[in-house]
Design a protein around this ligand. Structure first.
Ligand code: ATP
Ligand code: MG
Length: 258
């Protein structure tokens, strides 16, 4: 299984929207996909239509109680896409993990027992705390949604420093899959400026596909559906499908079964 952490400590930049729609696009092309909601806000769970009554076993149980994926993953409405939901308990996990052995390796341990999925996407919370560190330690590679606004590059350098720290201490093989520009608004001059800056600083690390600001993308979660299912013809869905194609081309070779 290839594990991809979708992370950026900045809030509201499109992590969850990206995780949900890339997971859906990959499932639609025949991959067996696992989406792990690692954010106490539970937006990925709600956005996938998993109500609070259906969250008996969650990412909290994987991190704190050592529960396996088999117990925590539930099928979503999308064929081929399973989800490990999040509950509010997870907000306490940051504190509870402090006194636990191998506190950054808990998720890696839980995910290492998976046998049935080709790819796992982890939707991270907007922080660089222990939850995100668990995701970065468990991941093969990192996908960073970036909103084109004034402080974007500053936040990014902080994230990349954290990646270096994780590579040194916990996960030497952690790669960076790429940076995707989200909520792109061509009418806004600042968007263009920031996008030029990001591309000149980071070059090929930035995906060519750009996700436009699109109302349909923001409506979909309230229907408990990925935008790709809610309206596959909208510009936002098309952009996510293009991103998924580009992303598949960048994924590390699937690991051969032992
Ligand atoms: P958080 O840091 O709180 O987890 P996030 O980084 O996961 O946030 P999202 O929840 O994906 O960000 O997006 C934030 C808000 O913006 C949501 O209401 C979402 O529906 C909306 N949104 C995301 N992407 C787009 C887009 N391309 N166009 C319009 N609205 C969008
Ligand atoms: Mg989110």
């Amino acid at each position: 299984m290839i594990t991809v952490a979708v992370a950026n400590q900045k809030g509201g930049v499109g992590k969850t929207t990206t995780a949900i729609n890339i997971a859906t696009a990959l499932a639609a092309t025949g991959w067996k996909v696992l989406l792990v909601d690692l954010d106490p806000q539970g937006n990925a769970s709600t956005g996938m239509g998993v109500g609070s009554a259906d969250r008996e076993q969650s990412s909290y149980d994987m991190l704190i109680d050592g529960a396996g994926i088999g117990e925590c993953a539930t099928p979503s409405r999308i064929p081929g896409l399973d989800i490990v939901p999040a509950t509010v308990d997870l907000s306490g996990a940051e504190v509870e993990l402090v006194n636990v052995d191998d506190r950054t390796g808990r998720l890696r341990e839980a995910l290492s027992q998976d046998a049935g999925h080709d790819i796992c996407l982890i939707d991270c919370p907007p922080s660089l705390g222990l939850l995100t560190l668990n995701a970065l330690t468990a991941a093969d590679t990192l996908l960073v949604p970036l909103q084109c606004e004034f402080f974007a590059l500053e936040g990014l350098s902080q994230l990349l420093q954290t990646v270096e720290r994780v590579q040194e201490r916990f996960n030497p093989d952690l790669g960076i899959l790429g940076i995707v520009l989200t909520m792109f608004d061509r009418r806004n001059r600042l968007t263009d400026q920031v996008s030029d800056d990001v591309r000149s600083c980071l070059g090929d690390l930035v995906f060519e596909s750009v996700i436009p600001r699109n109302v349909r993308l923001s409506e979909a979660p309230s229907h408990g559906l990925p935008a790709l299912v809610y309206d596959h013809t909208c510009v936002g869905s098309k952009a996510y499908m293009a991103l998924a194609r580009e992303l598949i081309g960048r994924l590390p070779e699937r690991r051969k079964a032992a």
